[in-house]
Design a protein around this ligand. Structure first.
Ligand code: SAM
Length: 538
């Protein structure tokens, strides 16, 4: 077989086919100069090959092009297709799947639409007590009715199940499903904006005995609306819609009523949700559950809480984390930094963490400058594997190890103005700074005295000159097994975030007296022991 002539062309249609993108994307790339095109010849095969192997992947162009293809979402067409199918008596549960699958990822993201699998709804409903005859249940953003059906299975009477959603198609599907299941016309399932309803004058909205739902996470709503609700609920501005639903449900819950919400993991951990957690921890928690990553296109973990609208009780909260089920005193959460609800940690873990966080310490918060690595904007174009004229060495994440660094094997032009993002130069040039891997599940720190530059998989900390702990000692502390363990038990994240590092407690008295401490000395200081399985115990 003869090899195709690299200078011959292919049609735009063939190029789109070869790259698995739309013809419009190929035309854009021709216009942008990525692909060579000659009238009469077509898209130059050589430029196509070069683009495919060197450019498209590195710059994520194909991924982005396909995203925009998927995003060509025609909601009106989808809605009328589903409405027609509903009218013709199609199975509404199947239509619920068709409806969700018919939406583009960007539409689902924008609107926060992820319907909850049946087993999650049932697990969350099992935290609610068996209902009395007249107990009222509400899913304030019911979608296609998954929680409403779980409430039926839990024993709520159909006429006591209420649901609201702003999406009229989802509401119609939910009504059809309930009607099919019970034979009763579900008059309490309505197309309405629950945030709006909950903020209307008292008496407009019923009070409920129980709420269970998966509210929209990260739904894009106007800033003015967010501010309006934040003012109304007495909380911080710019809160995510998931937390706004928390406050709205709490308002419409009867005293002694139950509230079970499926939230993004960030609700339990991230500083932005601090006020919502504080509000929640004032109430009596029943359970905390981790469901892993149940939503197809989302990398976020889904976790639920169930709380009773009663003052916080002295008892234990039932925590479900992976295959472990254990009790944890509710009183062990409020003293965590930012009231983090770190329910992957059991009571014994919590006792160790409390030793660290309650002992006399200082933190890096407000005491250091933080800098990101260089984002070149085009590593393929700028980075070389050999040194040369006008180039400088840069560390990448894998070059950094606990307490040491491999010689850099990446070189980029010294001209910093070429790059998309660069921290202030004087920070890189500090004679003493701390580097750490940013994308890592462990704390990997290195004390740099070589004025080194680095790419964006590494970050830096430049503590204030008067900070009482030497930089080498700080790096050493973060590298200890104890601090690695404590960091993962408190924050349970696979990213090393500045906000979390800033909250780690640095035992200043001990470190000042023992700048070259050993891990055993540190354990003695805290009166802790390390076990073979890597855990620490008091
Ligand atoms: C994550 S989905 C969950 C749906 C359903 N609760 C479930 O778990 O299957 C969130 C739902 O909230 C609805 N929604 C968004 N904003 C709303 C609002 N202000 N009032 C009521 N529903 C809303 C969306 O239409 C979507 O159906």
């Amino acid at each position: 077989m003869t090899k195709p002539d690299p200078h011959a062309g292919v049609t735009i249609h063939e190029a789109a086919d070869a790259l698995k993108v739309s013809e419009a994307s190929v035309r854009n790339w021709i216009r942008a100069g990525y692909l060579n095109f000659d009238r009469g010849v077509g898209v130059c095969r050589e430029s196509l090959e070069h683009f495919r192997t060197h450019v498209a992947g590195t710059e994520k162009l194909i991924q982005r092009a396909n995203k925009s293809m998927v995003d060509g979402h025609d909601h009106r067409a989808l809605a009328s297709e589903i409405t027609r199918a509903l009218a013709s008596g199609a199975n509404p549960t199947e239509l619920s799947n068709d409806y969700e699958n018919g939406m583009s990822n960007s539409h689902r993201n924008r609107e926060g639409i992820y319907y909850t699998p049946e087993e999650i709804c049932d697990a969350m409903l099992s935290d609610l007590p068996k209902p009395g005859k007249s107990d009222k249940f509400c899913d304030p953003c019911c979608g296609t009715g998954n929680f409403a059906l779980a409430a039926l299975r839990r024993g709520y009477a159909p006429e006591n199940i209420f649901g609201f959603d702003t999406d009229p198609i989802a509401v119609e599907i939910a009504k059809n499903r309930i009607r099919r299941e019970t034979g009763v016309d579900p008059n309490n399932i309505k197309c309405a904006d629950f945030l709006e309803l909950s903020s209307s004058p008292s008496g407009t909205l019923d009070k409920f005995d129980a709420f269970a739902t998966n509210p929209p996470w990260g739904k894009k709503i106007p800033k003015s609306e967010k501010e309006k609700y934040a003012g109304l609920f007495g909380t911080n501005r710019g809160l995510d819609t998931s937390a706004l639903f928390y406050f709205a449900c709490a308002r419409a819950l009867k005293p002694g009523g139950y509230l079970s919400l499926l939230m993004p993991e960030s609700f339990f951990k991230i500083a932005a949700f601090r006020n919502a957690r504080l509000h929640l921890l004032d109430h009596s928690l029943v359970s905390l559950r981790d469901f892993g990553k149940p939503f197809k296109s989302l990398v976020t973990r889904a976790q639920s809480f169930c709380a009773v609208k009663l003052p916080a009780a002295a008892g234990e909260v039932l925590c479900h984390s992976g295959s472990r089920v254990f009790g944890r005193a509710q009183s062990s959460f409020p003293s965590n930094p930012s009231h983090i609800i770190n329910f992957e940690a059991d009571s014994e873990d919590a006792a160790v963490l409390s030793k660290l966080f309650k002992s006399h310490h200082i933190t890096l918060r407000g005491n250091a400058r933080w800098g990101l690595g260089i984002i070149t904007g085009n590593n393929g174009k700028f980075s070389r594997s050999r040194s040369g004229a006008g180039l400088m060495p840069v560390y990448k994440g894998p070059d950094i190890h606990r307490g040491r660094a491999d010689p850099p094997t990446t070189f980029i032009p010294k001209n910093l103005s070429l790059y998309q993002q660069v921290a202030p130069t004087e920070m890189y040039n500090s004679s003493s700074k701390i580097l750490y891997r940013f994308i890592s599940s462990n704390l990997i720190f290195y004390h740099d005295e070589g004025k080194s530059f680095f790419l964006n998989s590494v970050n830096m900390i430049v503590p204030s000159p008067d900070f009482p702990i030497p930089n080498s000692t700080i790096a050493k502390l973060f590298n200890t097994d104890l601090f690695n363990w404590a960091y993962s038990r408190m924050f349970n994240t696979h990213k090393i975030l500045r906000a979390d590092l800033e909250r780690m407690p640095l035992p200043v008295d001990f470190l000042r007296n023992n700048p070259d401490f050993s891990e055993n000395q540190l354990l003695d200081y805290y009166e802790l022991r390390k076990y073979e399985d890597g855990t620490f115990r008091a």
